[in-house]
Design a protein around this ligand. Structure first.
Ligand SMILES: C[S@@+](CC[C@H](N)C(=O)[O-])C[C@H]1O[C@@H](n2cnc3c(N)ncnc32)[C@H](O)[C@@H]1O
Length: 240
């Protein structure tokens, strides 16, 4: 289902967020993921989209595989490939042998997956013991649907704060991100992700909450007041 949505809107994603046009990817996500996968040989990028994360890794391209259920994303990834391999598949049923990879990445993907625990179990299955999972999410606490910067001038002492939405409610929402482009997002509390990772034998080693990069704030001035509210959460896990 989410593969179909992403197939219909592959062009929107590719135009707005890839090929160097998005400052958060360029200045934060791509260097961070590369840094966190350095030294690992065989790497799988789960939900690779058109392959921008896969392509940017320092690991030899022949050792890197990207997988995505959307044909239009996979075809674009193959067209832009510099030697990596791309395969069409869902994270919930990965067409790879058990313990085939040294590291796996999922970058802003699990927010679009309904079969979350099956997909995490699959990531654990294809990793070797001691393998690394680099897991990037829109920050589940601070970017809960309904969150945002509030400037409240209704009382004598005006206040400004970051409002948190209904954090504990697991829910799927459809957002119209651009006229005619409706994308589904699944919100889950952080504990749901961490418990699912632990149940699959993926143990948290590091957690990063980077501030938005300056280049993002330059383009999104409205976020400047909230510059100390992270947009991104990065979990670095190790397969037991
Ligand atoms: C926000 S894009 C991120 C793409 C890429 N990881 C990146 O950072 O450039 C989300 C991607 O998740 C993919 N996706 C949706 N459902 C999926 C599933 N069940 N398994 C794997 N990927 C999925 C979509 O096709 C889309 O390419």
């Amino acid at each position: 289902m989410s593969g179909d949505i992403w197939d219909s809107h592959a062009g929107w994603w590719q135009r707005q967020f890839t090929d160097g046009v998005d400052p958060e990817y360029q200045d934060q996500i791509l260097p961070l993921v590369d840094d966190l996968t350095l030294g690992f040989d065989k790497i799988l990028d789960v939900g690779c989209g058109e392959g921008q994360v896969t392509r940017s890794l320092s690991t030899k391209p022949s050792q890197v595989v990207g997988v995505d259920p959307s044909w239009r994303q996979v075809l674009k990834a193959q067209e832009r490939s510099s030697g990596e391999t791309y395969v069409q598949a869902s994270a919930a049923l990965l067409p790879f042998e058990t313990e085939a990879f040294d590291a796996a990445i999922a970058c802003l993907v699990f927010e679009h997956i309904t079969e979350m625990s099956e997909a995490i179990a699959e990531v654990a299955r294809i990793l070797k013991p001691g393998g690394r999972f680099v897991f990037l999410l829109n920050h589940p606490l601070l970017q809960t649907p309904g969150s945002g910067w509030v400037e409240d001038y209704t009382s004598e002492t005006p206040s400004q704060y970051w409002r948190i939405g209904q954090y504990l409610v697991e829910q799927e929402t459809i957002e119209e991100v651009e006229l005619g482009v409706k994308i589904s997002f699944v919100h889950r509390p952080l504990s749901v992700y961490l418990n699912s990772l632990a149940e699959s034998g993926l143990i948290l080693k590091r957690m990063l909450e980077p501030a938005p990069p300056e280049s993002f704030l330059e383009r999104n001035d409205a976020y400047r007041s909230a510059r100390n509210i992270p947009r991104l959460l990065v979990l670095v896990c190790e397969k037991q």
